[in-house]
Structures are given as C-alpha cells and as structure tokens.
Design a protein around this ligand. Sequence first.
Ligand code: PLP
Ligand code: COI
Length: 338
Amino acid sequence: MTDIDYKNLGFKARDTHANYISYFKDGKWDEGALQKEDTITISAFSTALHYGQQAFEGLKAYRRKDGKIQIFRMDENAKRLQTSCKRILMPEVPTEKFFDAVKRVVEANKDLIPPYGYGASLYLRPYIIGVGRNLGVRPAPEYIFGVLASPVGDYFRAGLSPVNFEVTDKDRAAPNGTGQVKVGGNYAASLMSHEHAQERGYADCIYLDPLTHTKIDEVGAANFFGITKDNVFVTPNSSSILPSITKKSLLYIAEHYLHLKTEVRDVYINNLDELKEAGACGTAAAITPIGRIDYNGVKHVFFSETEVGPITRKLYDTLIGIYFGDIEAPEGWITIIE
Ligand code: PLP
Ligand code: COI
C-alpha cells in the first residue's frame, strides 16, 4: 500500500492479497484455504440469495507503535457469529476455526495493515452463507464460511467530530425478530432509511424500539450511548438491537477506567434533555459523537454540533488507546500476531 492516503481511507472494499474460504458439506467443515480473488461460485438456488440465510461479523486488526499487530476481542465476534448461526439454522463455526481463519487472513495481508498513527486498521469481515440447490423455505444443504479483509479508516467522518442523525419512522427489526443477531435481512431493511437520511444531509438514522416507538434502539450500523447530566454512561436495553462488542467494552471502560456509573436501560426519545453528550459506537464507527438528533421536527443538540464533549473524548481516547496498544487492555481483549 504505497501512495495511499491513510488519513482518508474511508470504509471501502479494497484489493488484498488473500481471503479465507471454507466449505461445509455432508455435516462437516473442510479445513479452509486462502484464495486471492474475492469471488465465489454458488448455485443461484442458494438460500442466502433467496431467503437471506446468511450472517456476518466485523472486527479489526491494528498496527501498534512497536510494529506488532493486534486484534480486538476476536472471541466475542466468534461467539456472536455462533449466536447468529443458531438463530437462522446454520452450522456454527467453531471458535478455533474462526480464530484460525482470522489469523490466516491477517498474516497474509500483514503489509496492508495501515501504519501506526493514522487511526486506520485492517477491517475483517467474516461471513457465512447458505448455499446449494434448494427451492423451498428451509435451511441450505451446504454452507460457505469466509473471511474478507480491507484496510479502512473512519466510517462516518474523518477524525473525532460530531455528526447528526434523524429518527426514522421505519423499523429494521421486529420485537422478537432478528435484531439481536448480525444477519443480512436487518441491513436490507435499513437501506431505505439510511439513504433517505443521507439525502437529507444526516450521517445516518436512529431506530426507535419497534414495539412502542418511544425509546432509542440503535443507529443503523452502531449502538447508541449517552452521558447524563450527572455523568452516568447510559445505553439502551432492547431485545431488537445488536449486542455491540464496542458498547460492551465501553461499559467496562466507563466503569473501570473513567470511574463512571453505568446503566443499561430505556432511553426515551422525548427525554433527550437528560443527556448532555451522546454518541454512536461500533467496530466500524468506533466512537462517533452525536451533535444533534432530529425527531418530529424537533432538533435536539447534545454537547455541540461542532465540538466533542469531554467524557466522549475520554471514552474515545481510552478505547483508541486500547485498540492500538498504547493503553493496557483488560485481560483477554487483545490477540497479538507476532
Ligand atoms: N449495531 C449494528 C446494527 C451494527 O451493524 C453494528 C456493527 O457491528 C453495531 C451495532 C456495533 O457492534 P460492534 O461494536 O460489535 O461492532
Ligand atoms: C461493523 O461495525 O463491523 C459493522 O458491521 C457495521 C456496518 C459496516 C455493517
């Protein structure tokens, strides 16, 4: 990756040296292999294409100051993929197989991991799809598990600056649907609201809980958090949002590094005044401060539309410090690739 503008990588699929692919046939996984091209040949009858039987993950490998590479909380992604697989009747990818695939892809693309100092990383996209000839609505006879990679920068906007969101009147997941797992159907359901929000100048949209439409659920591709006026880190408790690994990490960081109280509870859209700061959090989004949320014609500004609040900044600095190995991580969060 010479002549690359590491500061403005954005979030795009780029060429890499290799991706991983493994096939599940006759009830078992093969050992998997690396391939150069990011193409696969599957039956056009595949359940992944017709019935959305597929799931994915997102995690990142970071270049540290000492040149080593580290991966953040890979065990959590392995577990969440297993939960997704269970929910839509796909064979689980064993944790060791997941680790092996991720490590092989990181090692094969070592020189594509952006240098330390740009805030950029190698995004890893594990996926599993139902394949093979099938017509009725039923689980596929065969599966492919793969891991793709791409060097990426910021998802929403370069650097730590606030973005604005609007509240959508659509739902991305049903109350007892698939919101808690990372399956493609949730994202197909989000495309229209996302595009409408972007057309109107917002970074993305916020979904309310699908049952009562009174509480914040999450952002299209990230969870939501806020800081109350008395410095409590709050984040929604909902059965229709993805259990974000970044959110789980921030709850820990808020308590153990910043010594804040934390609450996982309802956040009412008509009570945003209780929050002095707010943000979106996720692997791709990292921490993105929210400047303003627009809902039913009301424009609610949190800390500022241009400046980052002090607690959001501390959370960001700590999380990013841990990602890049500058701040010691809690035990088990980091896998170093020698
Ligand atoms: N919510 C949605 C809908 C997402 O797509 C993501 C991204 O993975 C998140 C939340 C954040 O989850 P994580 O922190 O595990 O990346
Ligand atoms: C992630 O943060 O890893 C995501 O999957 C979000 C989005 C790009 C789908």
